[in-house]
Design a protein around this ligand. Structure first.
Ligand SMILES: Nc1ncnc2c1ncn2[C@@H]1O[C@H](COP(=O)(O)OP(=O)(O)OP(=O)(O)O)[C@@H](O)[C@H]1O
Ligand SMILES: [Mg+2]
Length: 285
């Protein structure tokens, strides 16, 4: 592929094994033996609420998820639904691990208001847990990938989030309302099927080519949002995470717009949740 402008080739070794294991834990309910103290974290997304447990060495120990509609446009719109889902996920991992947690971390979309942050934090309190840390979603993703610098593009269900991280902190963040939800709407419309059927079709490998033909413009729009957000900024690497980056061709579509290499880890749906209970790097050293 022809690339123009600033191209930085970075050899990145992501902790793929841990990420793959966490995805398996979420999907199967499997648990691992922890070393040292365990930490708990929750990701309240537009499509899914995910719980993650890591141990003192940041190894994934347990995970779980429920489909959810409690968050829209980065705001908790269903308080009762959010708190009951977090309570149920907490009870489930505690039962499987035979361990009671007293505190948990939660992620927030970067750039939301203090009032909205407080609502996310309160969900943890309502589940009977003390608040450990409120983590920006791209910061959580970076921790799971073991990186501290670069651009993190998170293509979720509701939005495309573009963040630049320096030293493990967000220095720029843009969030636009284009996500997997919009892909599903386009698929439903073009195939004359209902939303749930379109959502299933989107994830069914059997329809991959056909689906990609229909949703490619949406992926391309996400890539354009990212290109506008990054502009000509010099970033050491670009990472693509979130469930809507699951398509094989997603990195190539982003590379074409960004003129930069794009690293998409395996199981990109689970990167952000896995990083939520992980402490900042200097603390864990
Ligand atoms: N295999 C797949 N192929 C295509 N899309 C997928 C696949 N798996 C999940 N998705 C899509 O990914 C989205 C969910 O991703 P994710 O969990 O990252 O979003 P979220 O965190 O809930 O949303 P947001 O970050 O926008 O609040 C959904 O739109 C879902 O349809
Ligand atoms: Mg998300």
């Amino acid at each position: 592929m022809a690339m123009t402008g600033m191209v930085v080739t970075t050899h990145v070794e992501l902790p793929e094994q841990a990420i793959m294991r966490f995805a398996e834990q979420v999907r199967t309910g499997a648990i691992d033996e922890p070393t040292g103290q365990m930490r708990l974290g929750f990701d309240l997304g537009t499509a899914n609420i995910v719980v993650a447990v890591v141990d003192a060495a940041n190894h994934p120990i347990a995970g779980g998820w429920v489909h959810s509609t409690v968050v829209r446009d980065g705001v908790v719109v269903d308080w009762a639904g959010a708190t009951s889902a977090v309570r149920a996920l907490r009870a489930d991992v505690e039962q499987r691990l035979g361990h009671e947690f007293t505190k948990a971390s939660i992620s927030i979309p970067p750039g939301i208001s203090d009032g909205d942050i407080q609502v996310f934090a309160n969900v943890i309190g309502a589940a009977g847990l003390d608040l450990d840390e409120v983590v920006d979603e791209p910061v959580a993703a970076a921790r799971a990938m073991g990186i501290t610098d670069g651009a993190v593009i998170d293509v979720g269900a509701g939005t495309t989030g573009v963040s630049i991280l320096e030293d493990g902190k967000v220095v720029l963040s843009v969030d636009e309302a284009t996500g997997g939800h919009h892909m599903t709407l386009v698929l439903a419309g073009s195939n004359n099927i209902d939303y749930d059927q379109a959502e299933a079709m989107k994830k069914d490998p059997q329809y991959r080519e056909q689906v990609l033909g229909t949703i490619r413009p949406t992926l391309d729009k996400m890539a354009t949002i990212a290109a506008q957000a990054l502009g000509s900024r010099d970033v050491p690497a670009v990472y693509l995470v979130g469930g809507s980056s699951s398509f094989e061709s997603a990195p190539a579509i982003f590379e074409a717009r960004l003129h930069r290499l794009v690293v998409r880890p395996a199981q990109s749906l689970f990167i952000t949740p896995l990083g939520i209970p992980m402490p900042a790097q200097e603390e864990s050293r």
